[in-house]
Design a protein around this ligand. Structure first.
Ligand code: UDP
Length: 334
């Protein structure tokens, strides 16, 4: 198929684009490179630098069978500080994309939604039928896109699947040995932040300069730190391939993507120590605003409907993320 991948220069978008190319699809990437990286784009993809509002119509007019929509602002903290930016990019950009798809007669979309649409859960594991009460403009703007997709399916016969990611981790290598991984700036996510402190350069940061900060140890969890459901980015990519094939005119489906098991921040730090063979120092800090104690997904629905399940464990996620981090460090990347 001829596919448009928006945000294909970002972490998840670049991994999915590379998996789609290896599955035989023709991929065009639309990315403004505001947070993505030009050198993360798979070599066999066609890159268009631009944004959803100004450029989606032109790109789609070239002939596209379906869209995989990743382009978004995705930092919870930033969304609280700059809500207008999040509504404009995430909802405004997505609506422009949907209108451009309608004009070009493109009837299928897979959307990158998020666990943040649920907010503070009433129970775990979270199911798709649970209440959606986002606690940040980020989550609210993504939920608004989900609502728009339901409406476009009903009104215009769009075939849509929203995938609600929990904590995505790990890295992916394509058949040519090119690695795709997480490289946000600033990096806020736990695993890359912990691994950064195991790189040889971290030991030169000075006393106390190379410790990971654990945000809160007084949560109502077994070891007092937050529990999250980590999923390997390659498993996530596999779900996109299945979701694409499952899009049906007039239907909007929503699926959670996790592996159903939670790991605490301390457990993650321990796995990072094991994988790297480094006694990464950790300091306890205050809670981070807006962090729910436990976020674990039920992925029973996508398992039942599409036969998908997570196959890679936390050690594999950390091992792959570590390979990627070392490779970037060796290449002199920051
Ligand atoms: N966390 C932490 N130290 C860090 C980064 C994250 O203790 O340097 C914690 C964070 O408070 C949360 C968990 O690790 O409980 C996962 O955070 P992350 O930002 O990776 O993902 P989120 O769950 O916010 O999407």
């Amino acid at each position: 198929m001829r596919l448009l991948v928006t945000g294909g220069a970002g972490y998840i978008g670049s991994v999915v684009a590379s998996v789609l190319i290896e599955a035989g699809h023709e991929v065009t990437i639309l990315d403004d490179l505001s947070t993505g990286h030009a050198d993360a784009i798979p070599r066999r993809a066609t890159m268009v630098r631009g944004n959803l509002r100004d450029d989606a119509a032109r790109v789609l007019a070239g002939g596209t069978d379906a869209v995989l929509h990743f382009a978004a602002k995705s930092l919870v903290g930033e969304s609280v500080a700059k809500p207008g930016l999040y509504w404009s990019h995430n909802l405004g950009g997505s609506l422009a994309l949907l209108e451009a798809m309608r004009a070009a007669g493109v009837g299928r979309i897979v959307f990158s939604s998020t666990a943040a649409t649920y907010g503070e859960p009433e129970r775990t594991p979270i199911e798709e039928t649970d209440p959606t009460r986002p606690t940040s403009p980020y989550g609210a703007s993504k939920l608004a896109v989900d609502t728009a997709l339901t409406e476009y399916a009903r009104m215009f016969g769009l075939g849509a699947v929203s995938l609600r990611y929990f904590n995505v981790a790990g890295a992916h290598a394509d058949a040519a040995g090119q690695w795709y991984g997480e490289r946000h700036s600033p990096e806020t996510h736990l695993i890359p932040n912990v691994l950064k402190n195991a790189l040889p350069s971290a030991s030169t940061a000075g006393a106390g300069g190379a410790a990971v900060k654990i945000f809160g140890t007084d949560y109502p969890t077994p070891d007092g730190t937050c529990v999250r459901d980590y999923i390997h980015v390659a498993d996530l990519a596999g779900a996109h391939v299945l979701a694409l094939a499952a899009t049906e005119p007039g239907q909007h489906r929503i699926y959670n993507l996790g592996n159903g098991t939670g790991f605490s921040v301390r457990q993650v730090v321990d796995v990072c120590r094991e994988v790297t063979g480094t006694d990464i120092p950790a300091e306890v800090g205050p809670r981070r605003d807006g962090d729910p104690a436990v976020l674990v997904a039920s992925s029973a629905r996508i398992q039942a409907d599409l036969g998908w399940r997570a196959t890679r464990d936390l050690t594999t996620m950390v091992t792959d993320a570590w390979t990627f981090a070392q490779q970037r460090a060796a290449a002199g990347a920051r």
